[in-house]
Design a protein around this ligand. Structure first.
Ligand code: ATP
Length: 365
């Protein structure tokens, strides 16, 4: 941060639909900031991703990584293209490298259906669902220090890594979030401790850390049962914390329960840095056609503002976040803005226009 009220953002449009939803999101973000006042955002855009790898031979150029490290926060759309790969066949996903580089262990995935978006679940109580899945994002089954092995055509193995160091920080993050939300004040450990010793260890650490937060209930669920709860009784969930692979799967389920990938925002948060990006990928099947739903990206930008506000104690950033959220809610509330992923005709432009108009009409609190 250069001074108290000016925050520097590193912005990464990435690939595919990322290129279509980034610039208008930054415009909305700046409009919300202007409406509220009291702080400013300086946004610098950097190219990285599969397209950059194809053009420059490097997916995350050193200046872009330096800028990401130096920024107060990072706004990223999506990276990766199925046809552009490293010589060994792996997909190019510098956003995952960034998580490791910057130690972004807490993947925060809110699940809160927007009123006015066609409900996916038929039980009307599901419309009141408002919970957060925290996906550990640096180890588990994706731990870079324990890559899988393959023995010819005989067998292949993967390793699930749970460390005390990361788990303690992750659980503290989850319990603090439940306190801040002030809702049901419950954190659920979502694991498979009935089968794997790594999750027995995980639960031991979870129970230890829970004792430091007596005002928050600690509960436990096996991941299979938890997936069913997300569908059958989602209103009973508050904060759920889980391993990387389980979180990858459950957060896509959460996105689907909100109406589709285009509605699901997320944040990857560490001790010093944070990246805000929608849950979805680059959606090559719809890229370049103006069909991408930008709602997840706009809501991710609101999460960015909230995080800056908490970190730096700036109340105005929270007000700007609330304004942006309320504009999204107002745009969808009448039920007439039906995005393409739900069979409607509202594409990228229509959603941005509707949120932009709502932003102008919505009072900042
Ligand atoms: P990644 O592996 O990078 O997460 P993915 O292969 O899982 O990506 P996505 O790019 O997230 O897939 O796309 C999954 C499906 O959701 C695709 O059919 C895509 O068109 C759709 N989709 C993703 N994002 C959006 C969006 N913003 N608006 C509309 N549809 C979307």
């Amino acid at each position: 941060m250069t001074n108290l009220a000016d925050f520097r953002l590193a912005v990464f449009p990435g690939d595919g639909i990322g290129q279509e939803i980034t610039e208008p999101t930054v415009r909305l973000l700046q409009a919300a900031v202007r409406r509220v006042g009291g702080f400013s955002l300086t946004c610098e855009t950097y190219q990285a991703g599969a397209g950059t790898y194809r053009d420059q031979g490097v997916a995350l150029p050193a200046p872009a990584l330096r800028a990401a490290r130096a920024a107060d926060a990072i706004l990223l759309a999506a990276m990766g293209l199925p046809e552009v790969r490293y010589p060994d066949g792996r997909e190019i996903m510098p956003q995952v490298d960034l998580r490791m580089e910057l130690g972004l262990y807490a993947g925060v995935r809110p699940v809160k259906p927007l009123p006015g978006v066609r409900p996916v679940l038929s039980d009307p109580r599901a419309e009141g669902a408002d919970y957060v899945i925290i996906r550990e994002s640096t180890e588990g089954l994706f731990a870079p220090q324990a890559p899988g092995t393959r023995d010819g055509d005989r067998e292949a193995r993967e390793t699930l890594v749970i460390t005390r160091r990361t788990s303690e920080k992750l659980f503290d993050f989850a319990f603090r979030l439940a306190e801040e939300r002030g809702g049901q004040r419950r954190v659920t450990s979502v694991d498979k401790a009935n089968v794997f010793q790594a999750f027995v260890f995980w639960r031991e650490i979870f129970a230890e850390r829970a004792r430091a937060f007596p005002g928050v209930e600690a509960s436990y669920a096996y991941v299979d049962a938890f997936a069913a709860t997300m569908v059958q009784k989602p209103w009973q969930i508050d904060v759920a914390v889980t391993e990387n692979m389980f979180g990858d799967i459950l957060s896509d389920l959460g996105a689907a329960l909100m109406g589709g990938m285009g509605y699901a925002p997320s944040a990857d948060i560490g001790d010093e840095h944070a990246v805000f990006q929608p849950c979805h990928g680059t959606a090559p099947d719809i890229a370049g056609r103006g069909l991408a739903n930008p709602t997840a990206m706009i809501l991710s930008a609101a999460m960015l503002l909230e995080w800056l506000g908490r970190r730096h104690g700036v109340a105005e950033t929270h007000r700007a976040a609330r304004l942006l959220r309320r504009a999204v809610e107002a745009a969808f509330a009448p039920g007439t803005l039906v995005t393409c992923e739900l069979g409607g005709s509202a594409g990228t432009r229509a959603v941005f226009d509707a949120v932009g108009v709502a932003l102008e009409r919505t009072e900042a609190d």
